[in-house]
Ligand binder design. Structure first.
Ligand SMILES: Nc1ncnc2c1ncn2[C@@H]1O[C@H](COP(=O)(O)OP(=O)(O)OP(=O)(O)O)[C@@H](O)[C@H]1O
Ligand SMILES: [Mg+2]
Length: 266
């Protein structure tokens, strides 16, 4: 059996408020992601989605429980890349230097890395600004640089926290496709937090609804779409035209509403 790329076991976490009151965000949460799997996490604002990412990435240490990363196919250790909800570029670095930052945090940057970075930036129409500084770019352009930086580091697990919310529709579909094809070509696993149900269905193999306090997985839905052409493999557009799409949309929507009701009752 293939090893999971990420296992979260028995995870508990609490924040202590200034008045000493404890807010329990998670209690005994169980969650796993398989190789090349895209899992979307949806849930109301404040449910704990970003906190879960902060725990998985190691920015926060859990009060209790285990988070383990699976190995690569060749047996070497896996690694995580995290694109934060409000990912910032460093203003004193050029776009190209920002793009290779994720690599630089792991090892020295090579010319081959810079060339891969340029190719990716070119795909997003950002070749001409590779040597410019972030203040010259629009919000959407900065977001694309942040995604480039995340994907260039060759991670086994990618955490994307509402990565496309600032983008126009066309760019959004293009980046969704990039993420889908990344899982296919590299076997990378992706966890995506989004408030957009269409995006969650179009991109994911599985959608997890997070709700309640402490938060738990209130619903889990596997997504199988029948798409035309391209060997039946989905992309961001064909997925949206699949006959199952509206059915999943309705199911996720009511699961989200049910999780809100569960929260209001706590
Ligand atoms: N450092 C902190 N100290 C105290 N409470 C915090 C801290 N970080 C987050 N929280 C609280 O934990 C809860 C979960 O926050 P989190 O940011 O994970 O939610 P979210 O699901 O990502 O929401 P959104 O969809 O708005 O991004 C919220 O009630 C928030 O106020
Ligand atoms: Mg958040």
């Amino acid at each position: 059996m293939l090893e999971n790329r990420l296992d979260v076991n028995n995870l508990s976490h609490a924040f202590i408020k200034a008045n000493g009151e404890e807010i329990r965000i998670f209690q005994n949460l169980e969650f796993s992601v398989g190789p090349a799997e895209i899992v979307a996490i949806v849930g109301r604002s404040g449910a704990g989605k970003s906190t879960l990412f902060n725990l998985i990435s190691g920015l926060l240490s859990p009060s209790a429980g285990n988070i383990s990363l699976g190995r690569r196919d060749d047996g070497s250790p896996g690694s995580i890349a995290y694109m934060l909800q409000k990912d910032l570029l460093l203003p004193w670095r050029t776009i190209l230097e920002n793009a290779v930052l994720g690599i630089e945090l792991q090892r020295p940057v090579t010319e081959a890395d810079r060339s891969r970075a340029r190719t990716r930036l070119a795909r997003y129409g950002l070749e001409s600004v590779a040597n410019a500084y972030p203040q010259a770019l629009s919000g959407g352009m900065k977001q694309r640089v942040a995604l480039t930086r995340t994907l260039l580091a060759n991670p086994t697990v990618v955490l994307l926290d509402e990565p496309f919310s600032a983008l126009d529709y066309e760019t959004r579909l293009m980046l969704e496709n990039d993420v889908i094809s990344l899982t296919r070509s590299e076997g990378t696993s992706v966890i995506l937090v989004t408030h957009d149900i269409d995006e969650a269905i179009a991109m994911s193999h599985r959608i997890v609804v997070l709700g309640g306090r402490p938060a738990k997985i209130t619903s889990e839905q596997h997504i199988t779409l029948t798409v035309e052409g391209s060997n039946g493999e989905r992309d961001a557009i064909t997925a949206r035209g699949a006959p199952e799409f509206p059915v999943y949309h309705k199911e996720i929507w009511s699961a989200l509403r049910a999780s809100d009701v569960a929260h209001a009752g706590v």
